[in-house]
Write a protein that binds this ligand. Structure first.
Ligand code: SF4
Length: 418
């Protein structure tokens, strides 16, 4: 049975509030600014708590992947809150366009809305492959360019923040610095400037040099890399505040940015053409786009390195990291990206790694947990822990598991310092 909700139309842009789930808090604040600047009134949801998962469990079948359950629970909780004019509210959900269930969350959301009595709420889709064309968010070239620029700026600010906050001399200074830059980026977007490649490259340097001014202590901290399924990796709702927990434990956290995932999606379209003889024109265009995005990412990494921070290597090099461990043909879910990011993190000094895995996510259990022994064989210093996130596992259990990993990490750090 098909559950239908109204299509999202261009006219709704005028007077509808569009709600979307908060995946990567810092990057999504920047993305919201891009939308606002183009007259799209949207709100990134921050409601959390056990009711969200409970509502997800009530309206989504319990063998569905955990991110779907949380995202849908969060939407329904927001609609129940009484904060919104429900006849002028729409929901926005992204579709990866790949073979994984993330392309189909939209159907589950519509079914849940009908069951919860919100069948009149339109759902808009944002995706790279033309899915749901009758209900997609109208994207202009300017909006797409602004969204990409804001994702890059957000990634840079998040990466710098993560490298400064554990060492800051004046508590609160780094968060204030982030807020000031997010505000500035909002001003740029409203003034229609600084989203061209040339301007971005200039601004990466400006932002990194400004970050350098924040006073830091020269202590040695445990460095932890976080990889995983994209929602539970970034979202505090999905991973029970993983980053906050690690920072309270005195760690420096490295979460490779959201542009890595966008590059991964692009690379997969090109790989489809090469490995599986699929649409060659699409593959060719994806390869070209990947080259452009990689050059922008490298300018960002260089700006950070020149200012004395860590910056990841080129994406094209990252694609070589799984060699001998996993084929690039493994591209369901986060597929080979998990392995590639783990190897890069280890090689770059973040050998303690958390691989965040949601319940119901078979592809990432295979490509994440499934490669850890092979990675450990190649990199004996690797200290990798896979953590499962699902509605029944408690935060205490997850944190205890991470504490065991941190105990090993601290011992290694002490030995290295002697
Ligand atoms: S990657 Fe995992 S969690 Fe995400 S849609 Fe696919 S199966 Fe579900």
């Amino acid at each position: 049975m098909e559950y239908l909700t109204p299509n999202f139309t261009k006219d709704m842009l005028k007077d509808y509030t569009i709600l979307f789930p908060n995946m990567a808090p810092l990057q999504f604040q920047c993305i919201q600014k891009a939308m606002d600047s183009e007259g799209i009134h949207c709100e990134v949801l921050n409601n959390s708590g056990s009711e969200v998962a409970q509502l997800g469990l009530k309206y989504v079948h319990n063998d569905t992947c955990y991110p779907a359950l949380l995202i849908i629970g969060q939407f329904i909780d927001a609609l129940n809150s009484g904060k919104y004019d429900l006849h002028h509210t729409a929901l926005l959900i992204s579709q990866s366009g790949g073979g994984c269930r993330a392309s189909n969350y939209i159907k589950l959301l519509r079914k849940a809305l009908v069951k919860a009595g919100y069948g009149y709420i339109p759902v808009a889709s944002i995706n790279p492959t033309g899915l749901e064309s009758s209900s997609s968010l109208p994207l202009t070239l300017t909006l797409v360019r602004k969204l990409i620029a804001c994702a890059f700026y957000g990634d840079e600010i998040a990466a710098l923040r993560n490298q400064i906050i554990p060492y800051e001399v004046h508590p609160g200074q780094t968060e204030a610095w982030c807020n000031q830059w997010i505000h500035e980026i909002g001003v740029w977007m409203h003034e229609n400037k600084n989203y061209s490649i040339h301007a971005m490259k200039k601004n990466f340097v400006k932002i990194a040099n400004d970050a350098k001014k924040i006073e830091r202590k020269s202590e040695k901290k445990v460095k932890v890399g976080v990889v995983g399924e994209i929602f539970v990796k970034f979202s505090p709702l999905g991973n029970n505040g993983l980053q906050e927990f690690l920072e309270k434990e005195g760690c420096e956290v490295n979460m490779p940015g959201i542009m890595g995932y966008i590059n991964y999606c692009c690379a997969n379209f090109a790989l489809d053409a090469k490995l599986y003889n699929m649409n060659q024109t699409f593959g060719f265009m994806a390869e070209k786009l990947l080259n452009v995005l990689d050059s922008v990412g490298q300018a960002c990494a260089k700006a950070m390195k020149d200012a004395g921070f860590y910056g990841a290597g080129p994406f094209k090099q990252l694609m070589k990291k799984p060699e001998g461990i996993l084929s690039l043909g493994v591209k369901m879910g986060e597929g080979w990206l998990l392995c590639a990011e783990m190897v890069e993190l280890i090689e770059d000094g973040y050998s303690n790694i958390i691989c965040a895995q949601p319940f119901g996510c078979l592809p990432n259990h295979i490509a994440g947990k499934g490669v850890t022994n092979k990675i450990r064989e190649k990199y004996p210093e690797a200290n990798i822990t896979a953590v499962d996130y699902d509605p029944s596992s408690t935060k205490v259990n997850q944190e205890n598991r991470i504490k065991l990993m941190l105990a090993v990490a601290r011992e290694k750090l002490q030995t290295a310092c002697v």
